[in-house]
Design a protein around this ligand. Structure first.
Ligand SMILES: NC(=O)c1ccc[n+]([C@@H]2O[C@H](COP(=O)([O-])OP(=O)(O)OC[C@H]3O[C@@H](n4cnc5c(N)ncnc54)[C@H](O)[C@@H]3O)[C@@H](O)[C@H]2O)c1
Length: 383
């Protein structure tokens, strides 16, 4: 049986996400396992070419990870007919124009979120890709996190009965950069560089809510810039011009209410960096990135409000840990595999540029809701 080589032009891979999640944990991991097995016995083998602006950096990255091909010439890479997929994890602001070029060159497109900085641009990319007949996908990695896959199983099994509400807590303390190095890039905190937690996280919450709990119908969001000054990668002080926390409420289809706090200015005292607490008529569950705890109706304790005596119920111990029952892949790798199958066999792939545009739409509406101090409806985006 022959291998099916898929040449992938990977742009922006010297960055945090590009290197760790996409190159090392996805593409190289797929290569190391011998590719992706198809039903007929053939295997899809990705063959990346790394693209970057800085020759020394991109060459060093390629060497460090055993990648044979690298270049600083994106146009030449796009002109090579043997490489059929363009992947983008470079800075958000450049993305739309880079993807337009890739589509014009006839490439299939797979991209990090946000797919563009405006809904108009995001929809334009979708329409161009459709017209060109290329395949397209957007990173919606949270859907393949073990914790959320466990929630999916609970939903599908009817565990919750009617879902009433979802409370999400995302965040951790991101160091300011003065006395301890920051653990996120400084552009995240500058509006002029497309930073901000609303743009970053509401893209994620859109597909998490749409896919698991019900289509998002409205949004009310308050943002904040809690930390006004930070220190960048070179140790220079800069003004933080973007929001570093967002407190949002969403109405979903069928009356489900979701509230999600997103913050880079909070100290963690919960099981994980993101947790989702789901309450339903027949049971509740709390999922983190990997684990999920549940409490069915019949095992629900009966608290009685009495502040005069110390709490008698150890609430943490009244939840049951959900077993894994299967092996979970890295979430980014899981979606890459599905996308590469889609490229090769043309089967359906739901997480495309239109879904990406919906994420941008929710971020845009979140920012507007904050600016206008009101709840906003989310109009249907059906392309
Ligand atoms: N899916 C997720 O969970 C997730 C998480 C974080 C970030 N992201 C997204 O991934 C993207 C990258 O984020 P990051 O945290 O890796 O940032 P980063 O700053 O670490 O990396 C950005 C990359 O873009 C490159 N770049 C910058 N300007 C460029 C230019 N003018 N031309 C070409 N390349 C350029 C940089 O060299 C670097 O390789 C962003 O769009 C971000 O929204 C997604």
């Amino acid at each position: 049986m022959t291998d099916i080589r898929v040449g992938i032009i990977m742009n922006g891979v010297t960055g945090r996400m590009g290197t760790n999640q996409h190159l090392v944990r996805s593409i190289n991991a797929i290569r190391a396992q011998g590719g992706i097995a198809l039903a007929d016995g053939r295997r899809i083998v990705p063959d990346p070419i790394l693209v970057g602006r800085n020759k020394a950096k991109i060459e060093a990255l390629a060497r460090a990870h055993g990648v044979a091909r690298w270049t600083t010439d994106l146009d030449a890479a796009l002109a090579n007919r043997d490489d059929t997929v363009y992947f983008d994890s470079a800075s958000t602001g450049l993305r739309a124009s880079l993807i337009r070029n890739a589509i014009a060159a006839g490439k299939h497109v797979y991209t990090e979120k946000p797919v563009a900085t405006t809904v108009a641009d995001a929809l334009d990319l979708y329409h161009r890709a459709e017209r060109a007949g290329v395949r397209h996908g957007v990173v919606q990695d949270k859907l393949w996190l073990p914790g959320l896959l466990k929630l999916r199983t609970l939903i599908d099994s009817g565990f919750f009965g009617r879902i009433l509400s979802v409370r999400g807590e995302f965040g951790y303390w991101v160091f300011e950069g003065d006395w301890q190095e920051a653990q996120r890039p400084s552009w995240n905190y500058r509006k002029e560089d497309d930073g901000g937690i609303i743009v970053d996280m509401l893209c994620h919450w859109r597909y998490v809510l749409d896919n698991l709990f019900g289509g998002v119908r409205s949004v009310m969001c308050i943002g904040a810039t809690h930390i006004p000054a930070r220190w960048d990668e070179r140790g220079a002080r800069y003004d933080a011009t973007a929001d570093d926390a967002a407190y949002a409420t969403f109405e979903l289809a069928d009356g489900v209410i979701a509230q999600i706090n997103s913050s880079w200015c909070t100290r963690v005292r919960r099981d994980d960096l993101a947790t989702f607490h789901v309450d339903g008529t027949l049971g509740s569950a709390v999922a983190g990135l990997t684990e999920c705890y549940l409490q069915p109706r019949a095992a629900t304790p009966k608290p009685v409000w009495n502040p005069d005596v110390p709490q008698t119920i150890d609430f943490g111990s009244t939840w049951q840990k959900m077993p894994a029952n299967r092996v979970f892949e890295n979430a980014f790798k899981a979606e890459w595999e599905l996308f590469l199958r889609h490229v090769v066999d043309g089967g359906s792939f739901r997480w495309n540029l239109l879904e990406g545009a919906k994420g941008v739409q929710l971020a845009e509406l979140g920012l507007r809701s904050w600016a206008e101090r009101r709840m906003l409806d989310v109009p249907a985006l059906d392309g």
